[in-house]
Design a protein around this ligand. Structure first.
Ligand SMILES: [Zn+2]
Length: 68
């Protein structure tokens, strides 16, 4: 029987056997998978030059909010 290939977990670099039983491959665990996805989502919010929903919302609020 051939030895399963081993990959390094992208989050913690721990060796992970590439087996069907490894549910979170190439990650070693669900925790590492969530950490990596979280990093990716955080990076997506940092794209410079893209208008954000927050900015548009603030503009409308400022225009429709009557001065006291
Ligand atoms: Zn890991």
């Amino acid at each position: 029987m051939a030895t399963a290939p081993v990959v390094a977990c992208p989050t913690c670099k721990k060796p992970v056997p590439w087996l069907a039983s490894e549910r979170f491959k190439p990650f070693c665990s669900e925790r590492c998978q969530l950490i990596d996805l979280g990093d990716w989502a955080t990076e997506a919010h940092k794209i410079p030059g893209s208008p954000t929903l927050d900015d548009a919302f603030e503009d409308k609020t400022a225009l429709s909010d009557p001065p006291d």
